[in-house]
Ligand binder design. Sequence first.
Ligand SMILES: NC(=O)c1ccc[n+]([C@@H]2O[C@H](COP(=O)([O-])OP(=O)(O)OC[C@H]3O[C@@H](n4cnc5c(N)ncnc54)[C@H](OP(=O)(O)O)[C@@H]3O)[C@@H](O)[C@H]2O)c1
Length: 347
Amino acid sequence: MIIASELKSIMKAITYHHYGPPAVLHLTTVPKPKIKSGEVLVKVRAVAVTAADSRLRGARFPAGFNLIARLIFGITAPRQQILGSSFSGEVVAVGEKVSKFAVGDAVFGMKGFSLGAYAEFLKISQDQAMVKKPQSLSHPQAAALTFGGTTALFFLRDLAQVKYGQRVLVNGASGAVGSSAVQIAKALGGVVTAVCGPKNLQLVASLGVDQVLDYTQVDVRQQSSQYDVVLDAVGNVTFADCERIIKPNGKCLLVVAGLPKMLQAVIHTHRSPKGISYLTGTASETKKDIQFLTDLCAQGKLDPVLSKVFPFDQVVEAHQLVDTGHKVGNIVLDLDGLGEMKVDFKG
Ligand SMILES: NC(=O)c1ccc[n+]([C@@H]2O[C@H](COP(=O)([O-])OP(=O)(O)OC[C@H]3O[C@@H](n4cnc5c(N)ncnc54)[C@H](OP(=O)(O)O)[C@@H]3O)[C@@H](O)[C@H]2O)c1
């Protein structure tokens, strides 16, 4: 089944042809994706701009992963020239074998490594990480929910298996991952201490944490407090710090870890005098997890932090903000008003 907007064969998209600074991104026109029988065509209404997008754009891959990442994403230039994973939008066409979605459904989800969401339309298999969007979430909120949300679920629920009453420390609590992590740790029953900068203390406190610490005033790594689980979304907590602040048999979640740190994590786990497990990995996205996040939102346990919505053609400014390393929660590109946006044919 198709509707009128499917009939156009081109669409607007943000593309990049070289790895580099935010200015490599351009609003241009490209062919519209063609769907296969099990796929859905989504008209994108909002798309998150994430730390992962920024890393890919600049070819700033985690230490030790440069070669493999370039083999996957393009050796000297990006193979997939449209970034973007976390999207929200409306189904405008479905393949003949699609049974889970219908034209007109509001949906949101993640494209993962296949990317392609910085575009007017995207195609996605009906079995991939996409669910129906509840009315209680706006398109920008839905786009903001999944990147940090799926990462926090992977580390806290799946790797650490946080249990009721456990003390959880979240370092980098004001970012996309951290602001989701503090809320998900609370939802899992944790007693949560959050670490963030002075500008974000009030915001992070409003997320329902038990204690907020300003990293310019208190160095939590040197304190005598003892945590069951430490989630480091910044990458500045050392193994020695963890041995000091984590309880015996506790867990350290290293969200920011290249290959050397991953290998060190295995060694330190075997050698830890306190039996601490150092856990690393890459979060993946599933329909089930996105539905889990949606349910947490419906229960009032999770509210995605959305600090800024940029018009689609201000993608360069959005990436500049991500590149500071100090964005607050999530930022999103809004595709409303796309018709009036000037297309750059230099692409
Ligand atoms: N392993 C995985 O699967 C996975 C998945 C997603 C993301 N990541 C990685 O996780 C990291 C965080 O991602 P994100 O999206 O949350 O980034 P983000 O939104 O840019 O947040 C970074 C946060 O770090 C905080 N920060 C910066 N310097 C700090 C310091 N010295 N002490 C404490 N906090 C500090 C910032 O807070 P202030 O502004 O208050 O300083 C900011 O809120 C990125 O490196 C990303 O690549 C890994």
